[in-house]
Design a protein around this ligand. Structure first.
Ligand code: 0O2
Length: 226
């Protein structure tokens, strides 16, 4: 379809055809990552549904998905010293496809992670547990890089997806902190240190709240066992 557009514009120099060929490959690859996200999302919805029927509550509050923007993909490859090619994207980047799973309780996070790990078509590539080991700025979340096979007309392709599993509180905090982190030159601005300190303080308050909610949930659970 893009090729037809270029023909219409009479842009048939070797350079424009090369550009077009690369653009087509890039958009195909992004489509493949979107399909991988759909596969993972369905698996998560199945687990959530099953759990809610058996336990009368949903462990997953909500799921957010995103495909990394082309400029962020470019910047990341540049930083790593690689050219912006579809081959390099597939080889070196783990987070083009991202799925964020937000849960009510900390133990839901580990349950979801275990249930995903147990699925025999999923290969876990990497785990970073920023809940047991929070980052120095206060960031907490459970990260998994997984590989999932997606069946296309041309055959089965393993696709990598980054999962970030966190509580509502962790998500609330990370979304606000992200706004601070992604403003260029912010570290030199007056008030930056104070805001960082305040964020660290609020991260501690959220740890307390998450732990408290977990304790209360466990107590309520004991009532049901009696
Ligand atoms: P964006 O814009 O959210 O995509 P890697 O991806 O492995 O090369 P890294 O930093 O080793 O890079 O991976 P890590 O630690 O698993 O972090 C990946 C993602 O987690 C980030 O993606 C953020 O989404 C989130 N994250 C990690 N640390 C922080 C943090 O301190 N604060 C917040 N708010 N989010 C964090 P990107 O590509 O950095 O950003």
């Amino acid at each position: 379809m893009i090729k037809d557009e270029v023909k219409k514009l009479r842009m048939n120099s070797p350079e424009s055809l090369q550009f077009l060929n690369n653009a087509t490959k890039f958009y195909n690859l992004m489509m493949m990552y979107r399909c991988a996200i759909r596969e993972i999302q369905t698996k998560l919805e199945v687990l959530d549904d099953e759990f809610s029927v058996e336990n009368n509550r949903n462990p997953i509050s909500f799921i957010k998905t995103r495909i990394k923007q082309p400029n962020s993909i470019y910047d990341k490859l540049q930083k790593m010293g690689y050219e912006f090619t579809t081959k390099n994207i597939q080889t070196y980047l783990n987070d083009v496809a991202g799925v964020r799973i937000v849960c009510a309780f900390i133990d839901d996070i580990y349950m979801i992670s275990d249930l995903i790990t147990q699925q025999d078509d999923i290969k876990v590539i990497e785990i970073k547990d920023y809940i047991k080991n929070p980052k120095s700025n206060g960031y907490r979340s459970y990260h998994m890089i997984v590989e999932i096979p997606v069946f296309f007309a041309k055959g089965k392709t393993p696709m990598r997806v980054e999962l970030q599993i966190r509580t509502n509180g962790m998500d609330f905090w990370a979304t606000l902190e992200h706004q601070l982190r992604y403003k260029k030159g912010i570290e030199e601005m007056p008030g930056y240190d104070e805001i960082s300190e305040e964020l660290l303080h609020s991260a501690r308050a959220i740890i307390e709240a998450d732990n408290e909610m977990q304790r209360i949930k466990d107590k309520i659970g004991k009532f049901h066992e009696i």
